[in-house]
Each structure stands twice: as structure tokens, then as C-alpha cells.
Design a protein. Structure first.
Length: 161
């Protein structure tokens, strides 16, 4: 038993520095997009739905409002476009309208007090190439259904049987 505990402690010491400080402290969230347009044209308005999920699984549970919420696009030349999110009826669900000039754009979710979340790269004209998940939800994680008929993408996540 002692060997197992020593091995687990060594593994934790090795893996913990690889995570951002806010993730090590349990203070993190993810932004997930609703289905995104397959093709995006320059200077055309699109409505984009998105979810801000604390720990990747549930609505924010802290004191006060979670602000600002939105999407931030940063161009290769440093131009920054910010699109504020408007709350939708479902907890943790927002929408915004975006109009983007031609170019390549880094897309991030603005999540209030949580660090911005890397969503991916948007090429206009073209589409969105999603970034790999920063905090994947482990298989078998039990998740409460807060939402009703409209749920975050991929819900229900695998549950323990």
C-alpha cells in the first residue's frame, strides 16, 4: 500500500506543474460552442451560441454574476474584436452576433473571472478549426442535468452505471 501511495504522489508531483495555476486550484471553466456555421464569409453577421461551464460540467456556482461573458477574436495583426454574450433561458448558455473581416483569428471564450478559454482558429473566408480540449471531462464523470431539453453539446456525458 505504501508503494502505491508513493507512486501516486510521484505521479501527481510530475503532472501538476503541467496544468495552469487556475486549473491546479480547481478554478477553471470551459467555453463550448453550439453548432458553428460550416462556412464563414467576411463581413457577414452570424449568431453564435455558446456555453460557459465551470469545471467543464455545470453552470457557475460562485457568488455574484459571472461577467464579462463573450467571445474574443484576435487577428494575426493584433486586432482584437470582442462580442458580448447575452444570457439565454438555459443556465450557462449565451449567444452573440459576430461579424468578422477576412483573415485568421484566434477565438477565445471570455468567462468572467475564469481565464479565457482557447476555442480554436477561425479562417475567414473558411471555417473554425477547434483547439483540443484544455480540460477534457474524464470518462465516467457523473454529471447532474441542470438544463432540461436544451443542453450543452455532447450532453449527456458518460455516467457511472
Amino acid at each position: 500500500m505504501r508503494r502505491l501511495l508513493v507512486a501516486l504522489a510521484a505521479m501527481a508531483a510530475f503532472l501538476a506543474p503541467a496544468l495552469p495555476a487556475h486549473a491546479r486550484a480547481g478554478f477553471w471553466a470551459v467555453t463550448e460552442l453550439d453548432p458553428f456555421p460550416g462556412k464563414v464569409r467576411p463581413d457577414v453577421s452570424y449568431t453564435v451560441g455558446f456555453w460557459v461551464l465551470q469545471h467543464g460540467t455545470h453552470p457557475y456556482e460562485g457568488p455574484g454574476a459571472l461577467e464579462p461573458i463573450g467571445l474574443r477574436l484576435t487577428g494575426e495583426d493584433g486586432t482584437t474584436l470582442t462580442f458580448d454574450g447575452t444570457p439565454l433561458p438555459e443556465p450557462a448558455h449565451y449567444a452573440t452576433s459576430v461579424t468578422v473581416p477576412a483573415g485568421r483569428w484566434r477565438v477565445q471564450g471570455l468567462q468572467g473571472m475564469f481565464a479565457p478559454y482557447e476555442i480554436g482558429t477561425l479562417t475567414v473566408p473558411g471555417g473554425l478549426k477547434a483547439a483540443p480540449p484544455q480540460f477534457p471531462v474524464p470518462a465516467g464523470t457523473e454529471v447532474m442535468d441542470y438544463w432540461g431539453p436544451v443542453k450543452p453539446p455532447g450532453f449527456p456525458w458518460p455516467r457511472r452505471g
